[in-house]
Design a protein around this ligand. Structure first.
Ligand SMILES: NC(=O)c1ccc[n+]([C@@H]2O[C@H](COP(=O)([O-])OP(=O)(O)OC[C@H]3O[C@@H](n4cnc5c(N)ncnc54)[C@H](OP(=O)(O)O)[C@@H]3O)[C@@H](O)[C@H]2O)c1
Length: 327
C-alpha cells in the first residue's frame, strides 16, 4: 500500500495542508477511546506527512485539545496546523434561527475561549479558530465582525472560520461572502453533495478554504453498519442512528457495494470521491486507530477516482434536512 500524502492550498491563508487531515472528536467524545492508542495514531499520522488537525474545546471539555498539545510538543520541529472551535455558550447543537449572538458567542466569551483553548493546547498561538455552530443572521450584529477582527489582531489566532450545522450548507454562504472568514467546515461526502450547489462556488470566488468533515457519514460509509448495530449507553451515535436513520443509511451503503473493486474498499472509495473535488482543501476523517490512519493516508496516495466511477457515485447523492434526531 503506497502512503505518500499529498498537499493542497488552504484558501487565502496559502498554507500547504495535508489533503487528509485529522478529525479529533472520537478520541475524546465517543465511547471506546484510549489515550495511548489515540496518541499512537496521531503520531503515525505525523510520521506519514499529516499536518492538519481539527479539534474543539467541546471534544471532552478540552481533552482532545490537550492530546493535540502533546503531539505538537513531540514534533516541535514540524509545521503542524491546529484548528479548534469555540463551543456555543448555550451548549446547544445545532444552533437555531432564533438563537442570538448573546446566546452563543458574545464578544467577551469569544476571548475567554481563545484563552481556554490555547491553555489546553499549551501554545501561544493557534492557526484556525472556528465557531462550533453557525447562523448567518449573526452577521447583522456588528459586534461579531469586531470580535473576529480582534481575534486576528491579537496575534493569537491566525485564521477564523465557521463550522456549519449538519445539513445546512447554505447557512454560511453570507459568512463566506462577508469577507470576514478564511475557512468553512462542512459535511461533504458521497451522500451529502449539496455544498457543491452554492457554498463551494462562493468559497472559490472568495478564496475561502473548505474543510470537508464527516467523510464516512459518521460510520455509514465505512460499510460496517448493519440493521443490528448498537452503541454503548452514552455514545451519541446511539441517538443519531435511530431506527429511521439506521435503516435508510444501511440501505444506501449497501447500494454502493457493486461499485467496490478488489483493491478499493468503501472507506477508500468515500475519501477518494471527496478528493475529486478541488474546492476541498482538506478532509478530516475521525480516526483513533493506526490502521485507519494508514488506510486513509493511502487514499491520498491513490488520489481522486477515475471519472466514470466518480460520475456513478454522484448518482448516490442524498439530500437531507435537519430532523429531531440529526443533532
Ligand atoms: N459540528 C462540527 O464542527 C463537527 C461535527 C462532527 C464532526 N466534526 C469533525 O469532523 C471529524 C470527522 O467526523 P466524525 O469523526 O464525526 O465521523 P467520520 O469521519 O465520518 O467517521 C469516523 C468513524 O470512521 C472510522 N474510520 C476512520 N477511518 C476508517 C477506515 N479507513 N476504515 C474503517 N473505519 C474508519 C473511525 O473509527 P476509529 O475512530 O475507531 O478509528 C470512526 O468510527 C470529527 O472527528 C471532527 O473533527 C465536526
Amino acid at each position: 500500500m503506497g502512503d505518500e500524502m499529498k498537499y493542497r492550498r488552504f484558501g487565502r491563508m496559502g498554507w500547504d495542508v495535508s489533503e487528509i487531515g485529522y478529525g479529533m472528536w472520537g478520541m475524546a467524545g465517543w465511547t471506546g477511546s484510549e489515550d495511548q492508542e489515540s496518541l499512537a495514531a496521531l503520531q503515525k499520522f505525523v510520521d506519514l506527512g499529516g499536518n492538519f488537525f481539527d479539534t474543539a474545546w467541546a471534544y471532552g471539555d478540552g481533552h482532545s485539545e490537550e492530546l493535540l498539545g502533546k503531539i505538537l510538543r513531540a514534533n516541535s520541529r514540524k509545521r503542524l496546523f491546529t484548528a479548534t472551535k469555540i463551543p456555543p455558550k448555550n451548549r446547544r447543537w445545532p444552533s437555531q434561527r432564533d438563537f442570538s449572538l448573546d446566546d452563543c458567542f458574545p464578544p467577551e466569551y469569544i476571548e475567554e475561549y481563545v484563552h481556554k483553548s490555547l491553555k489546553n493546547i499549551g501554545s501561544d498561538t493557534l492557526d484556525l479558530m472556528q465557531f462550533h455552530t453557525w447562523e448567518d443572521g449573526w452577521l447583522d450584529d456588528d459586534r461579531l465582525a469586531e470580535s473576529i477582527q480582534k481575534m486576528r489582531a491579537s496575534g493569537k489566532v491566525g485564521a477564523v472560520g465557521i463550522s456549519s450545522n449538519r445539513w445546512e450548507p447554505a447557512n454560511g454562504i453570507r459568512a463566506v461572502r462577508s469577507g470576514l472568514i478564511d475557512a468553512v467546515q462542512v459535511i461533504y461526502n458521497i451522500f451529502d453533495q449539496n455544498p457543491e450547489d452554492e457554498l463551494f462556488p462562493a468559497c472559490r470566488e472568495h478564496d475561502v478554504a473548505v474543510i470537508a468533515r464527516v467523510p464516512f457519514d459518521e460510520g455509514t460509509l465505512t460499510g460496517t453498519l448493519t440493521l443490528n448495530s448498537t452503541w454503548p449507553e452514552g455514545d451519541w451515535r446511539g441517538t443519531y442512528f435511530v431506527e429511521e436513520n439506521l435503516r435508510a443509511s444501511v440501505a444506501r451503503a449497501e447500494a454502493l457495494r457493486p461499485l467496490l473493486t478488489a483493491d478499493m474498499n468503501m472507506p477508500a472509495m468515500a475519501l477518494r470521491f471527496i478528493l475529486n473535488n478541488r474546492d476541498v482543501s482538506t478532509i478530516i476523517p475521525g480516526m483513533r486507530k493506526i490502521r485507519n490512519v494508514e488506510a486513509n493516508v493511502a487514499a491520498s496516495d491513490r488520489g481522486a477516482l477515475p471519472r466514470g466511477r466518480h460520475e456513478e457515485l454522484r448518482k448516490h447523492r442524498w439530500d437531507r434536512v435537519p430532523t429531531k434526531w440529526s443533532q
